[in-house]
Design a protein around this ligand. Structure first.
Ligand code: CA
Length: 256
């Protein structure tokens, strides 16, 4: 059943205990030029997840053994970023997953249409590939005000101190830092950072903004870096005293 390393474009791990769904996913992913490995429970899923690098992990929430949340959490503790698409059985579970914000890249509630799932998978691949085209091999440092982002290690410094961000928080901050002063609506941020806009999940943006603020704002109740533009969305402010004598956005060491 497992077909790794057969020259296909993407290596995908599917952790799903419902064999009908797993086989359906395998069939359609193979058609989309993916090499698919199936894991039918949480123990095997956990083992496979760390056995090699993956281009995508499709992860069912409810599994025998460690559940999807535990596997997602464990993967997000790793240095290497792997895209995760989470499957949940009902929308109340989806709310729970979104509430926990474990850093899955996308979520689908069962029953889902296979075309919807494949659209999400392709959106994840597109996002990762465009990110890699822009940044892999380059060691770019971006500075706005007290913030400094290093793209190679996805590292963030605030006033010289390292800030630990989740993958999504980093992507969100990276987007703001590349467009300082520009106002983005929640839907625009979903589109730019999550890969596409999906209506009804604007609260996901709010919760990420709040967590990001808690990590980078001196007083997250009175944000000075990422501010709310009422009725519109959010923007990254440039403190006037910080920007007076230097470019708003400074890019250093762009490797060829
Ligand atoms: Ca299940």
């Amino acid at each position: 059943m497992n077909k790794p390393d057969d020259g296909k474009q993407h290596q995908v791990l599917v952790i799903e205990d419902e064999s009908d769904i797993a086989r359906l996913l395998e069939m359609h992913l193979c058609d989309a030029d993916c090499a698919v490995t199936l894991a039918a429970d949480g123990h095997e899923g956990m083992r496979q997840a760390f056995a090699r690098p993956w281009d995508l992990v499709i992860l069912d929430l409810r599994l025998p053994g460690p559940d999807g949340l535990s596997i997602c959490r464990a993967l997000r503790r790793e240095q290497l970023y792997v895209p995760i698409l989470m499957l949940t059985s009902k929308s109340s579970e989806l709310d729970r997953v979104l509430g926990l914000e474990l850093g899955a890249d996308d979520y689908l509630t069962k029953p889902f249409s296979i075309s919807e799932l494949m659209a999400r998978v392709k959106a994840i691949f597109r996002r990762v590939e465009s990110f890699q085209k822009r940044f892999v091999g380059s060691d770019e440092t971006l500075e706005v005000g007290p913030l400094r982002l290093s793209t190679r290690g996805r590292e963030v410094n605030l006033n010289g101190e390292t800030v630990a961000l989740t993958a999504r928080e980093y992507d969100l901050l990276n987007h703001f830092v590349r467009h300082p002063g520009q106002v983005f609506s929640r839907v625009q941020l979903l589109d730019a950072v999550w890969g596409y806009g999906y209506e009804g999940y604007e609260h996901t943006v709010n919760s990420h903004i709040n967590r990001l603020r808690a990590k980078i704002e001196p007083d997250s109740a009175r944000p000075q870096l990422i501010t709310t533009v009422w009725g519109v969305g959010y923007k990254l402010e440039i403190a006037p005293e910080k920007s007076r004598n230097r470019p708003l956005l400074r890019s250093i060491n762009c490797a060829s």
